[in-house]
Design a protein around this ligand. Structure first.
Ligand SMILES: NC(=O)c1ccc[n+]([C@@H]2O[C@H](COP(=O)([O-])OP(=O)(O)OC[C@H]3O[C@@H](n4cnc5c(N)ncnc54)[C@H](OP(=O)(O)O)[C@@H]3O)[C@@H](O)[C@H]2O)c1
Length: 254
């Protein structure tokens, strides 16, 4: 029965990814800089982020602990569980308190779309790690796919967190305006944090070698790719002195 739910979950995530791409390529999701002063249909951004991200770490942990095959509970899968939890506990419980978003709001529609996606994504990834045949032995830790994926994910995570930190520091406490970010990977692209996020999930897909990991990486590209293009256009329209050599998402290319 759970295998069926896993397959349906993968299908639903593919559908959500196509939907996210089709809508965000036309207009960016209306949170952050695209929300303006709108109050109707919104909630305070900080509790919004806390609610929004919670299903990712809860669903992964619950699915893994309660459904994993005994043989799939080994050093390799426990490391994967630990990495997922460390990332999402930071993203879900730490980052919302580090963001300088003051009195900003988050659209309830964003949360309504995000909650089922995050719950499904936590479930399918937890299930995949707990059931994949190739993850039934700790020897996976020595597999070139695990080592290469871990390296890509590690570099992506550092770029993502470092870039987010540079963005947070652009505002003094209480400020809500925008400035041009400099430093780190912002030398090359406008959405350095999204570049890191995409690398992180490509790395996860490679290091887990599962359909769930691959579909999440593709979803992240479909969701954040168009948003990175919107951010780039917005920076160029907003700041006359915006560095002309800077690309949107992929250094020197896009
Ligand atoms: N895996 C996925 O599909 C997915 C989806 C969404 C987000 N994420 C991740 O979640 C994190 C946050 O995403 P996001 O979409 O909120 O990123 P974002 O638009 O880059 O904003 C990140 C934070 O920095 C602030 N900020 C951005 N640009 C700024 C500037 N030029 N001057 C001053 N402050 C600035 C934003 O404030 P405002 O909110 O006030 O604009 C926000 O608090 C990122 O690490 C992203 O990769 C992942």
């Amino acid at each position: 029965m759970l295998e069926g739910a896993y397959r349906i979950g993968l299908g639903l995530i593919v559908a959500m990814g196509l939907m996210a791409f089709a809508t965000t390529i036309r207009a960016p999701n209306g949170y952050g800089r695209y929300l303006g002063d709108k109050l109707a249909g919104t909630i305070a951004a900080r509790p919004g982020w806390l609610i929004f991200e919670a299903p990712q770490w809860m669903a992964f942990a619950l699915t893994f602990w309660f459904t994993a095959r005994a043989i799939n509970i080994n050093t390799a899968t426990l490391l994967l569980l630990g990495l997922w939890q460390a990332h999402y506990l930071y993203r879900g419980l730490g980052m919302p308190f580090r963001m300088r978003i003051g009195s900003k709001r988050l659209p309830i529609a964003t949360i309504w779309f995000g909650l089922p996606f995050n719950a499904l994504n936590g479930f399918v990834n937890g299930y995949a790690v707990g059931h994949a045949e190739h993850l039934a032995s700790a020897s996976w830790l020595g597999d070139p796919r695990f080592i290469a994926g871990l390296a890509i994910a590690g570099v992506g995570w550092v770029i993502n967190v470092h870039s987010d930190n540079l963005l947070f520091r652009l505002r003094k406490p209480g400020e809500t305006g925008y400035r041009v970010p400099y430093g780190g990977m912002f030398r090359f692209v406008s959405s350095a944090n999204y570049l890191g996020e995409i690398m992180l999930w490509i790395g996860w897909a490679v290091m887990t070698w599962t359909a769930a990991g691959l579909i999440f990486a593709l979803f992240t590209i479909a969701n954040l790719g168009p948003r990175a293009l919107s951010h780039h256009k917005w920076y160029r329209a907003t700041f006359a002195d915006y560095p002309p050599e800077r690309r949107a998402l992929i250094p020197f290319i896009l």
